[in-house]
Design a protein around this ligand. Structure first.
Ligand code: BES
Ligand code: MN
Ligand code: ZN
Length: 497
């Protein structure tokens, strides 16, 4: 789908379809009212007959509206204007795109972007219209022998903005929206690929390709490099697999030379069987998504590179499978991490923290201004927060606040959970410095507490995306989260530096 920005009223547009909003109950938005005046009350007549209440997400397609140049007018229900917020705006846009794709219109002008009831500026409205439209179009049919559905009908979408003065901020929104959408699509594609295709080597290849295309620097460590460095925890997870592990670093430097980088660390377990602490069979296929943290790092780097965002960012991805095998790590085994601290592995299924802890220690060498790790880390986080918000933990209040605000603005929300020292007791080991599990209570918290022991030298936040990185059930598939949040966060940081 191609996007453009358009200022000017809906009545003169010649596009295949103009899209305008209707509030509940039966109240035309201002652009719809302008159209109605040209059409001599035709839209008012339709509302009076009771054909369009304005319920959020409802649509009504009209043909040959009197005095209007274009072939079709699509009315989209917005719900009550007093309740019209971010979520409602996004749902209305999504409903419009889905309906347009089901009509014959190849072109349309969307005037929902002009609705100020949403209380967001024009840059925000355009950014979100573009990402929502792109999301409605997303298909993953790469692994099918032939395409199942025909491609979406809508090819060109113009986004309406009121006056000419809005063109510049709207252009910025368009650029951001496209970058976020492209980053999300990469993250979704990598997540959706099966474990036999998306291996640690495959992720490394993707990083190298990004580096080539956007002039970033990629570095890939192999097993013997990790051995030399002493990454005993990461290596212990890889032992059971015949797929060799990788430690991928991708550096994007477009900020000031002396500005410290933001480091993003993404969990890249390309398949998590649990290892010797084997997972039960039902839904185990979903553990191909256990690299969605890594995918979000690659997606975010692609997006900031596409935008040429003036900032320094380093992505670090520990990538491995977690498999049972003759050489696999056994419960009770003790390993020495890159930090020198020793860990008793009481459950080989708590592998995410084992690969992340060495990656966090490795992050120190980049002298980061902040480190954010992103991981499908615990089932406990899904129990605590469901599929709505991601779990947030941080050793710095300002960083936590910044991420919460970025998540709100990006509609990719997070909720902070406690990272209190009191929970550290649960990680006590009789044989090593500490254990890799803390029992059933507060499982998401003890996982974060484990990571905190490796993040003492910098400002750090941890995002547990176990409940938000993919959807299960009929619509099974990766969501591309938290690319929007990370983008918003980095845009904010770029402005500051
Ligand atoms: N990748 C899983 C976490 C997960 C499970 C994410 C289900 C989404 C859905 C992680 O490696 C894991 O297995 N965690 C264990 C930790 C436990 C052994 C302390 C878990 O959550 O059960
Ligand atoms: Mn696991
Ligand atoms: Zn895992």
């Amino acid at each position: 789908m191609e996007f453009s920005i358009k200022s000017g009223g809906p009545e003169r547009a010649r596009a295949g379809c103009v899209v305008v909003g209707v509030f509940e109950p039966r109240k035309l938005s201002s652009v719809a009212a302008a159209l109605d005046r040209v059409a001599k009350g035709y839209l008012t007549g339709i509302l009076q007959r009771g054909d369009m209440e304005g319920k959020l997400g409802s649509t009504l397609l009209l043909h040959d509206v009197p005095n209007v140049a274009c072939e079709r007018v699509l009315l989209v229900g917005l719900g009550r204007d007093g309740e019209f917020r971010d979520k409602q705006y996004r749902e209305a846009v999504s409903a419009a795109i889905r309906t347009l794709n089901a009509t014959g219109a190849a072109e349309a002008t969307l005037h929902l972007t002009e609705i100020s009831a949403v209380k967001r500026d024009i840059t925000w409205r355009i950014t979100h219209a573009v990402t929502v439209a792109r999301e409605a179009d997303y298909r993953f049919d790469r692994m099918k022998s032939r395409r199942e559905e025909s491609p979406p009908a809508l090819r060109k979408l113009a986004l309406g903005v009121g006056g000419k003065s809005a063109l510049r901020p709207a252009g910025l929104g368009l650029e951001r929206g496209l970058a976020v959408a492209h980053g999300m699509n990469l993250a979704k594609d990598l997540g959706n690929l099966p474990g036999n295709v998306c291996t640690p080597a495959y992720l490394a290849e993707q990083a190298r390709e990004l580096a080539k295309r956007y002039r970033m620097k990629a570095q890939v460590l192999e097993r013997d490099d990790m051995e030399k460095l002493g990454m005993g925890a990461l290596l212990s997870v890889a032992r059971g697999s015949t797929q060799p592990p990788r430690l991928i670093t991708l550096e994007y430097r477009a900020g000031a030379k002396d500005s410290k980088p933001v480091v993003l660390v993404g969990k890249g377990v390309t398949f998590d069987t649990g290892g010797i602490s084997l997972k039960p069979a039902p839904e185990m296929d979903e553990m191909k998504f256990d690299m969605c943290g890594a995918a979000s790092v690659l997606g975010t780097l692609k997006a900031i590179a596409e935008m040429k965002l003036p900032i320094n960012v380093v992505g670090i991805i520990p990538a491995t499978e977690n498999m049972p095998g003759g050489r696999a790590t056994k419960p009770g085994d003790i390993v020495t991490t890159l930090s020198g601290q020793t860990v008793e592995i009481l459950n080989t299924d708590a592998e995410g923290r084992l690969i992340l802890c060495d990656a966090l220690t490795y992050a120190e060498r980049f002298k980061p201004q902040a480190v954010v790790d992103i991981a499908t880390l615990t089932g406990a986080c899904v129990i605590a927060l469901g599929h709505v918000v991601s779990g947030l933990f941080a050793n710095d209040d300002a960083l936590a606040k910044e991420l919460v605000a970025a998540g709100d603005a990006a509609y990719d929300r997070v909720w902070r959970l406690p990272l209190l020292d009191d929970y550290q007791e649960q990680l006590k080991s009789n044989f090593a410095d500490f254990a890799n599990i803390g029992g059933r209570p507060a499982g998401a918290v003890t996982a974060a507490c484990y990571l905190a022991r490796f993040a003492k030298k910098f400002k750090w936040a941890h995002l547990d995306i176990a409940g938000t990185a993919w959807k299960a059930g009929k619509e099974k598939g990766a969501t591309g989260r938290p690319v929007p949040l990370l983008m918003q966060f980095l845009i904010g940081r770029a402005r500051k530096s």
